[in-house]
Design a protein around this ligand. Sequence first.
Ligand code: ZN
Length: 251
Amino acid sequence: MKNNKAVVPIISSKDTIKYKTQNQIFNLNRNNLLLTQTPQAFRFKELYKITKNQKNKVTDEATLFINNDFKIKFIPGEKANNKITYIDDIKTPKTFYGIGFDIHKLVENKKLYLGGVKIPFHSGLEGHSDGDVILHAIIDSILGAIRKKDIGTYFPNTKQFKNIRSPKMLKPIMINLNKSNFFINNLDINLICQKPRVSKYRDKIIKSVSKLTGINENQINLKGKTVEKLGLIGKEKAIACETIISITKYD
Ligand code: ZN
């Protein structure tokens, strides 16, 4: 402002803008379009003078300066500088976090499912369902983030759900989630087991979880945690899993 009467930030337009007259619509060349931002700075004396004589409504002070052939110094604006005009401009999506945990006993003569993937192993996870600790922990973390109680509320140990496959449990939860305008940003999984080696099945499990949840593979992380052969997990008698999920709600 030391050397100028008016300083206005501008950015290029990412939208192609049309110009409407009474009964015709014209295309404007996007390369020539400049979006003026706020705040805009003016010398008070000039601004006061031209505003005082102004009869028509204008949408910014820069318009007045241009209409009066006053020189404006344009400087680069910032795309992140969002202008607040309407109530929608200050509505920001809300993000919620949910935590999930599950553990099942390993027993012989049962198939092992982790994240919906069948994994060759000496034992499988015991449970009312297929005992998929990863999918169960994911379900609980989703329910936690949207504050809808826990997995047992929707899938109690009743005859109806005996031997249910876990992808079947996840499906209605995902359908409900997507209906309510929730969007999953990030899913982090800790699989806690002595064996099998997580690194061997990581890609397969992530692919499967991605398919079952609709989350992009690059938004899912799977970490393997052995327990130094300690306790029941260390002796390959159980497998546990914990997950944290980040979910954004758009109104
Ligand atoms: Zn479970």
